[in-house]
Design a protein around this ligand. Structure first.
Ligand SMILES: [Zn+2]
Ligand SMILES: [Zn+2]
Length: 223
């Protein structure tokens, strides 16, 4: 199996595409449209989502980085657990916004080995009396939901699909899976698929991940 192509650059030095030129930045990094921020949009809470905006982004078929409508080709960032469930909970991206994110986002470049810890600390108030942060509450996750906080990063994959295959659904969940809204992956034909980062703690005694197997099968059949 080929190794993951990653040569992490300094995120602040990654060229910003024109489409993202108007987005706020924090320490040189573009703040994605779906990221929770203080009233000052250049003060993100990294790793936390603006939940209403996230839902709107999904249903309105907007790009999660620039917030503009998606076009003919859509990029998704997936983990094998998403593929197994048949649901991508991350909204799609424009190819150029994806290209930027893959080179600048520490989770996607592989520089970040764990998800952010302790959401309560990250939700600390700022000094702006007009900022909505004083109403922020730590989310109470569904007991069926596997908490991501401080967990080691999984392998991440990049998949391309046609916008006509970008179907948003409310997945009701199961006994073991919390309800989620996302993109229905069942029956979707990936136009491209590749691994972009390895897991922080790769399991050595496990069979290959489902998405790694799918990549191998696609290579075998030349798709
Ligand atoms: Zn975009
Ligand atoms: Zn604030």
């Amino acid at each position: 199996m080929s190794s993951t192509p990653s040569s992490p650059a300094d995120p602040a030095r990654v060229p910003v595409p024109d489409r993202l030129a108007a987005r706020p930045t924090s320490r040189g990094l573009v703040v994605p449209y779906v990221t929770l921020t203080h009233r000052d949009p250049a003060r993100p809470v990294w790793g936390m989502l603006h939940h209403h905006r996230q839902r709107h982004t999904l249903w309105a078929k907007l790009c999660q980085i620039c917030g503009q409508p998606l076009h003919e080709r859509v990029v998704l960032y997936l983990r094998s657990v998403d593929y197994q469930r048949g649901l991508s909970v991350e909204p799609g991206l424009h190819p150029e916004c994806a290209h930027y994110s893959r080179r600048a986002c520490p989770m996607l470049t592989g520089q970040q080995q764990h998800y952010h810890p302790n959401p309560a600390v990250r939700l600390a108030r700022c000094a702006d009396p007009d900022c909505g942060c004083r109403y922020w509450q730590p989310r109470h996750p569904d007991p069926r939901e596997k908490a991501r906080e401080a967990q080691p990063a999984e392998a991440w994959y990049e998949a391309w699909l046609a916008r006509s295959d970008y179907r948003v659904i409310d997945d009701p969940g199961t006994e073991h899976l919390a309800p989620e809204t996302g993109i229905d992956l069942r029956g979707v034909r990936f136009l491209r698929l590749r691994k972009i980062r390895d897991a922080a703690q790769p399991a050595t005694d496990q069979p290959p991940e489902p998405l790694a197997m799918l990549i191998a099968i696609r290579a075998l059949f030349g798709t």
